[in-house]
Design a protein around this ligand. Sequence first.
Ligand code: DOR
Ligand code: ZN
Length: 413
Amino acid sequence: MIRILNVNKVDGSKGELCLLSEEDSYEIDGQGLLMLPAFIDPHVHFRIPGASHKEDWITGSYAALLGGVTTVFDMPNNTPNCTTLSAFKEKEVLIQKQLDQGGIPLRFHLYFGATKDNLKEIPKVKDHVIAIKVFMGSSTGDLLVDDDKTLEAIFKMAKDLDLLVALHAEDEKIISKNKLIYQNETDPSIHSKIRNREAAKAAVTKAIELTSKYGTRTSILHLSTEDEISLVKQAKKQGLPVFAEATPHHLFLTQESYKKFGNKVKVNPPLREDKDQEALWKGIQEGVIDYIGTDHAPHTLSEKSLNYKEAPAGIPSIELLLPLLLTAVDQGKIDLETLVKLTRTNIEKIFRLKEQTDFILVDLASSKKFKDEELKTKCQWSPYSDQMLKGRVAYVFIQNKLFHMDKLALCPS
Ligand code: DOR
Ligand code: ZN
């Protein structure tokens, strides 16, 4: 039996935790520790198969635990893409092997990528996937569905099979047109002009139209603009089954960040203006934003140091998720109850997950500037390094095992 005494709870009370354990018998003084339901990160790119130089599930699971996350949903833009039943099964096996090797029993679910010619695969994976991912605009990798006929067929099939469709909603035609207009520009900030707010607005408008036409359960990923928030708010008012995600980079960074970070903060959809960031925080307060997904998308520093056109888009963030969010709590942007909804309970409901009891114990007194070199994510950098952040994950209880984060060392791969 492991006993944890004097733990602080979200409702302000204090309590004692008893964890059944056959091997261990000890007590932990929980003074100054806050117990939170462990986070679910419903949007990660852990890069397996095909790009293990950026991340794998050994480094990824370690980074996840440090960020307070015990469940992740991984995206399908791999090499090969996760777009057939066999690719899906092979990916599952690879992941489980790496998790067994690393020793962290991270819970995971996988998205299935839709393409213009893999619709027949969708019924085959129906009982295995967390949702169907559709890239309405191209991003990292080559997954893209930019024609209305296929989009309609996907929405219809997903409704018939009772699957949720998760959307990267940027309009490919608008992006392509802007790429031509700005083809000679080299400053990373051009990214926000190429992938402008019109591109996001047009794609979200279409997504909502299709949701309304077919009744499909839909989640719009990484909302970045005021305009999209208004559209989703309106759709929810009409009772449509539309959900919305926000990422840490759209909540904590803006276009100003290009000056300091250049291509490191090149990301799809791109960073926006202050007014958009404010609208996202308001969207959280009003319940328009249902959940936070990190869109943890690691790329190496050498890849990010290429010129604007060649540098890949994506920002890693899972490892600092908890300190970022506790800093927001400290600044009065959200309260702890809202944090729990955004990182756990809303996600469980939307994705119909089985209940589980994973929790984290957080050292509230910690204020820390994280350093790139200490990060466990394989790419070893973060735009949130060297900033004073609140809170630190001290213990993680995952799948009935308690991990003491200060003592955690991964089994070598
Ligand atoms: O910036 C992004 N990076 N957006 C995406 O949609 C994909 C991601 C990646 O996989 O690198
Ligand atoms: Zn993503």
